[in-house]
Each structure stands twice: as structure tokens, then as C-alpha cells.
Design a protein around this ligand. Structure first.
Ligand code: ATP
Length: 422
């Protein structure tokens, strides 16, 4: 296992050594835990680290941060602290035992030790640790046959009531099963079905569900995930009226292709929330009113809500793109939509003309801006500000339709408009 730690990049390796030394000074034991251990064993890339501390995690992180001259954030009620190291997120948590006062409630946290900390985790493959302590640095600690399950490609819960205690694990089980193309172990599957039957997904805090749903839909190529989950639970937990048919599944496949195509076509700094495209696809057969209820219940952000609703309301308008149109007409139809919506429309409509108009918009129209400003119009005698706004709009449409490139051409159009009497 020491070799597995060697696979980490030098920044991580140095960081772990520093952490290990600091912990020793406090007399704490610390361990790498969770997804990073799993991914190291699977030879997959590791981005973020989770470290369990048998001691006070916040105190330890304060010391490490000071030594490395890094900033950190602490969360006192959870006994955790997060540090960013060369762009990687490193979470430290006091090894703890969680007690669920009642099913589906937020766990109460008690200070405790590694074995109990691992026992509260979702699946055996996520419940392994690697010691970062001098006496056995790099040694794998595997109380729940996680390594065996990785070899056998199995998702297995650690105790029968696991899904009832935290039904988010139902979404997580499907997510990991699909990501690694593993199997959900037979008994685990039976417990999962039982928990679904008992309505366990309804007991849970909707905001936690939302965050897990976003992770689920944000996996690369989530079509398979959606299909699997639909067969299992039908997204009843979102709304009982959700219904997906063959066409919807075809849409999810087309959306995956559209996202790849979009990424090649548009070099974008803004982060696109691809998961929203799939979520809107799932909510498509609901009425606008029902969709509004869903986004409110789960507390999606304002921009996310308006993307979902604007896509649902916009489908009829987009049909107008099914003919040859001037650039300005295409602009008038598409300019109010964000990137998620445009990708959605491209995937949703298979009509050639609609698609080519969308591509034209992305390639030639969407980044365009006028070179002239209001003050340029003032200089040629335009005074009223409302007229100025109208004029700038008009010149912008002419710029798109006539392919104007220079400021001079734009000013000429302005003069023509004035000559014609506005
Ligand atoms: P990813 O590769 O998607 O980041 P991860 O395994 O790192 O997956 P996180 O959601 O970051 O997943 O959680 C870190 C660890 O915390 C998991 O590996 C698991 O051990 C534990 N964990 C997370 N969510 C739960 C949960 N709902 N119930 C029990 N354990 C959980």
C-alpha cells in the first residue's frame, strides 16, 4: 500500500508528510479515508482528500495551515476544517461516531475513533483508510472487506438499516455502481428496494437530496444513471407524476452528444451546469406549475430555477427557428437564453434547420457586440436617450444581418437612420 501513496502527485505527498508530522506533535493519529483510498486502489486520478483525525481536527489544521502559510475554513459544529492546497480541497474531520436520533434525521456527532468513523460510511469500497502515522505509514486499514468488494466490483452497504438511516445512499449506490460499472450486491439491492418501498427518500431533508441529485446528474454521460434510477424509483421522490418514455431517454443520449459538441464549438470560461439540462429533461412532462413547486421545495438557486422554467416555456418559441432566417431574427429568438438552455434546445429538436440556426447563433452571433457606444451617437446629434437605445438596437441588428465589422460602418448606418428621419 505504501506504493499506492507513492502514486499521488508530489504536492499531495509532501502535504501528507507535513500533516503526519504535525499530527505526531499533537499525539494524534490521522488517516486518509473514503473516496481517495478507493480511487488509489482503482488506479483512478485523485483530486480531493479526506483525512480523519483521532483528535481535534480544527486544532491540527490550524497548525498545518500556519506551517504551509495556507488559509483554511473551520466548521465548529461538525468538528471539521477544509484547507485548499494547490487547488485541491482537503477536508479534515474529527474521527467520529454518528447517532441517528430517528431515521432520516441529521446525525448527531460524538467524538470517537477510526473504526467507528468508518462504520458510519455508505459502502465498503468507501470505508477504507490508509494510515498516515509514522509507525505504519501507508498501510491499508480495511475492516469491512472493501478491497475484496473492489476486486469483485461490488457496491455493498455495511449494515442492514443503512439505507433507512440515510436514504441519500440510494442515489449514491446507483451513482457509484454506474460510474465504475459495478454490481449492487444482492442483499444490498434487496435492502435498497425495501427502503424505497418504505418511502425513505421522502424522509430526508430536501436540500441534502438536491445536493446529491446534482452530483448524480453531474457525472459524465448520466443517461445510464438516469435510466437505472428510473427503473428503480421513477424519480417519485421528486414528483410522483414524473414520467419518462423512449423519447425522453433518446433525449438524454442526444444531450450527452450535444454537450460534447458544444464543448468543441465554444471555448468558455463560464462553468456550464450540465446537470440542469438533464434535470429539466426529467421534469419535462410536469406542468410549469408543478416544476415551480419542485424547484422551490428542493431550494434550487434562482438562476437554476429560471433556467428550468425558461426552457419549459421556450419550447414553442424555438420551433420558429425551423426556417431560413436572418441573423437578427435568430438573435431575437435565442439571445434571452443561457448556455444550458441553448444546449437543451439543440438536443431536444432534431429538425435540421433548427439545429443549424442554433449552431449559426453560437458561432456567429452570440459573442457579437457593437463597436459604437451612446456617446458616438451623441457626437452625430442624437440626444434623446430612449431613441438612442432604440437606435443602438437597430444598428446591432443591421450589424448582424450585413456582417458589419468596423466602427465606421456602424456609424454610417446610424447616419442613414437619422437621414431617413429615425
Ligand atoms: P466522489 O468520487 O464522487 O467525490 P467520494 O467517495 O469522495 O466520491 P464524497 O461525497 O466526497 O464521496 O464523500 C466522501 C466520503 O464520505 C465517502 O467516500 C464516504 O465514505 C462518506 N460519505 C459521503 N456521503 C455519505 C453518506 N450519505 N453516508 C455515509 N457515508 C458517506
Amino acid at each position: 500500500m505504501v506504493n499506492k501513496l507513492k502514486r499521488l502527485n508530489p504536492q499531495f505527498k509532501n502535504f501528507l508528510k507535513t500533516s503526519s508530522k504535525s499530527a505526531k506533535r499533537f499525539g494524534y493519529n490521522i488517516y486518509l479515508v473514503g473516496g481517495a483510498v478507493r480511487d488509489l486502489l482503482l488506479n483512478r486520478p485523485v483530486f480531493d482528500l479526506d483525512i480523519a483525525v483521532e483528535g481535534d481536527a480544527i486544532l491540527l489544521v490550524r497548525q498545518i495551515a500556519k506551517q504551509l502559510n495556507e488559509k483554511f475554513r473551520r466548521h465548529h459544529s461538525f468538528g471539521t476544517a477544509t484547507l485548499y492546497h494547490h487547488g485541491h480541497k482537503i477536508d479534515f474531520a474529527t474521527a467520529r461516531k454518528e447517532i441517528y436520533p430517528y431515521s432520516g434525521s441529521l446525525p448527531k456527532v460524538k467524538k470517537s475513533f477510526l473504526k467507528e468513523d468508518l462504520a458510519r460510511r455508505d459502502f465498503s469500497i468507501n470505508a477504507m483508510a490508509i494510515s498516515l502515522n509514522k509507525k505504519n505509514y501507508g498501510q491499508l486499514i480495511d475492516f469491512y472487506q472493501g478491497r475484496q468488494d473492489l476486486k469483485n466490483r461490488l457496491i455493498r452497504i455495511l449494515y442492514p438499516e443503512s439505507f433507512l438511516d440515510d436514504s441519500l445512499r440510494i442515489l449514491r449506490a446507483v451513482r457509484f455502481q454506474q460510474r465504475f460499472t459495478f454490481k449492487i450486491e444482492t442483499k444490498t439491492y434487496a435492502f435498497m428496494k425495501q427502503a424505497i418501498g418504505a418511502g425513505a427518500l421522502k424522509w430526508i431533508n430536501p436540500h441534502r437530496l438536491r445536493d446529491e441529485l446534482i452530483l448524480f446528474l453531474d457525472e459524465p454521460n448520466p443517461y445510464r444513471y438516469i435510466k437505472k434510477f428510473y427503473l428503480l424509483e421513477r424519480f417519485n421522490f421528486i414528483n410522483k407524476r414524473i414520467k419518462l418514455d423512449k423519447e425522453d431517454f433518446k433525449f438524454f443520449i442526444r444531450a450527452q452528444t450535444a454537450i460534447r459538441f458544444y464543448n468543441k464549438l465554444v471555448k468558455n470560461e463560464k462553468k456550464v451546469k450540465y446537470w440542469l439540462i438533464f434535470l429539466t429533461g426529467i421534469l419535462l412532462n410536469l406542468s410549469n406549475h408543478e416544476a415551480v413547486e419542485v424547484v422551490a421545495k428542493f431550494g434550487f438557486k434562482k438562476d437554476e430555477r429560471s433556467t428550468i422554467i425558461s426552457i419549459k416555456k421556450g419550447l414553442d418559441k424555438i420551433k420558429k427557428l425551423d426556417k431560413k432566417l436572418k441573423a437578427s431574427a435568430i438573435y431575437k429568438i435565442l439571445s434571452g437564453y443561457n448556455q444550458e438552455a441553448i444546449i437543451f434546445f439543440y438536443a431536444y429538436f432534431s429538425r435540421k434547420k433548427i439545429r443549424s440556426n442554433i449552431i449559426f447563433f453560437l458561432k456567429k452571433v452570440s459573442g457579437q457586440k457593437l463597436k459604437i457606444k451612446g456617446k458616438d451617437l451623441q457626437k452625430i446629434g442624437v440626444e434623446s436617450s430612449s431613441f438612442m437605445g432604440e437606435m443602438l438596437k437597430e444598428i446591432f441588428y443591421l450589424k448582424l444581418d450585413k456582417n458589419l465589422n468596423t466602427k465606421r460602418q456602424e456609424l454610417n448606418e446610424a447616419r442613414n437612420i437619422i437621414k431617413k428621419g429615425g
